[in-house]
Write a protein that binds this ligand. Structure first.
Ligand code: BES
Ligand code: MN
Ligand code: MN
Length: 457
């Protein structure tokens, strides 16, 4: 541990400069304007992997953004850890709400502020530097592979094919992912589950053009009104989703599991304060934590129609649109849920409007077993660095590709998150505390050590 701490201490400034150089590349996967930046980013990571000690690193083009692969194989009889991360980031907008420029990282109050500082450049960087240190200090106890994609934030469309095409190259004993949160450094936790996601877009079309809302108002179905009524009816007053069949495959955790979940320290008032809200709304019969951790839900992510510019314009819009996400739990299937939702919307649509709807992307939920060497090694590593045994927490977020890895590669993932909920990922002023970054490097390094020891028996 001494050796590790002093290595980090000595190299701190260089580590930060390297991370900043990654953050400065505007790898926004959603926007075609940044297509070149995605390639630049992939090349930068390849260079870093080689410099850090990989025997091999390659950029694999896909139909979308490239995937970076790197490896160091020291001994075929040792276990192999496959690190997964993503180099793409969410768009930085709204720019005016950032205190410093999103792609020019700045350290304030011990935190790095920038888009991607946490999600996922900062967290991925933890593994790059743990790897560098293990190679340079002769501490590498296992084989390591890296698979870093550029499409996580837009649905990981091309990595499943990559996994099927390169199954052998990607073979491993465990997949290690740092792309989630922990409760705090004082109360460490490990993500033991992720929700799935089914994302759809709906269009309601009424008259073939916008109409004068006085001449026609009251006589013609307004697609915006119709869409609002339809969506409003998707949840009843108890917070239950009304789509037929929606809950059919939901696995309800046992009372014992729910009691264990409730042991996690949680302060409802602080939670509300942090969000600037005065009330919460959970599904009837479930706590706030259960509502995000073990229950599915449905939310409008965007909704638009008609005139939204300055002042007033009196029209009945011709069309109305919404983007809807449904967060899923085991054993719901993303495409089945999208089909059910779309069929339901068609069924409840009044005569006189046309409905178009499509499934955009998604994936299944993931649950991590807690009684395996893969998980126990993580538990030990966190406890050693942070002084407390980490609590397993089922997160409400999604990394849909994790369940796909299990299906295609046949390997379970360990979700060793180092982010905090206050890191504001996807929001303006995203940040990542330096303590989490450097503590993460130590924890990751111990993970490789303990896992390799435990695997040997
Ligand atoms: N890293 C997040 C997911 C996450 C964050 C899980 C914190 C648990 C705790 C990931 O980059 C993400 O944003 N995922 C998307 C899904 C994707 C298909 C757009 C999400 O959860 O909305
Ligand atoms: Mn992420
Ligand atoms: Mn994200």
């Amino acid at each position: 541990m001494e050796q590790v701490s002093s290595y980090i201490e000595k190299n701190k400034e260089r580590f930060l400069e390297e991370l900043f150089s990654l953050i400065r590349i505007q790898s926004v996967s959603a926007s075609t304007d940044h297509k070149e930046d995605m390639v630049k980013m992939a090349e930068a990571l390849k260079g870093m992997l080689l410099k850090d000690g990989a025997d091999r690193a390659e950029v694999f083009p896909t139909k979308g953004h490239p995937i970076v692969y790197g490896e160091k194989i020291i001994d075929d009889s040792l276990p192999t850890v496959l690190v997964y991360g993503h180099y793409d980031v969410q768009p930085a907008e709204p720019l005016e709400q950032w205190k410093s420029s999103p792609f020019e990282p700045e350290i304030r109050d011990g935190k790095i502020y920038a888009r991607g500082a946490d999600d996922d450049k900062g967290q991925l960087f933890i593994h790059l530097k743990a790897f560098e240190m293990m190679v340079s200090q002769n501490l590498l106890p296992c084989n390591i592979k890296f698979m870093i994609e550029g499409e996580e934030e837009i649905g990981s469309e091309n990595i499943a094919t990559f996994c099927s095409d390169y199954r052998k190259m990607l073979s491993s004993d465990v997949i290690l992912v740092s792309d989630t949160t922990m409760i705090s450094l004082a109360t460490p936790s490990i993500t033991s589950g992720l929700r799935g996601l089914s994302y759809i877009q709906v269009e309601v079309e009424g008259p073939s053009r916008d109409l004068h809302s006085g001449l026609y108002g009251g006589a013609v179905l307004n697609p915006a009104n119709v869409l609002c009524e339809m969506i409003a009816s998707l949840k009843d007053s108890m917070g239950h989703i009304t789509i037929g069949g929606f809950y059919d495959d939901v696995v309800v955790p046992s009372d014992a599991e729910r009691q264990a979940m409730a042991l996690r320290p949680f302060n409802q008032q602080e939670y509300m304060n942090a969000l600037d809200v005065e009330a919460l709304s959970s599904e009837d019969g479930f706590t706030t934590l259960e509502s995000v951790g073990i229950r599915p839900t449905l939310d409008i992510n965007g909704i638009w129609s008609g005139y939204t510019g300055e002042g007033a314009k009196t029209i009945i819009p011709s069309k109305a649109y919404a983007k809807i996400s449904m967060r899923l739990v085991p054993d719901q299937k993303a495409e089945k849920i999208a089909d059910l939702a779309i069929a339901h919307l068609r069924k409840i649509a009044p005569q006189g409007v046309k409905i178009r709807a499509e499934y955009l992307h998604g994936g299944e939920a993931y649950v991590s077993p807690l009684d395996t060497p893969e998980y126990k090694a993580a538990e030990r590593a966190y406890e050693d660095v942070l002084g407390h045994k980490p609590i397993p927490v089922r997160s409400g977020g999604s990394i849909p590709i994790i369940s796909t890895f299990e299906r295609i590669l046949g390997v379970k993932s360990i979700l060793m998150g180092f982010g905090l909920e206050s890191d504001a990922i996807h929001s303006p002023n995203e940040n990542f505390p330096l303590d989490n970054l450097f503590g993460g490097i130590k924890t990751a390094l111990l993970y490789y050590r303990y896992y390799s020891e435990m695997k040997k028996g």
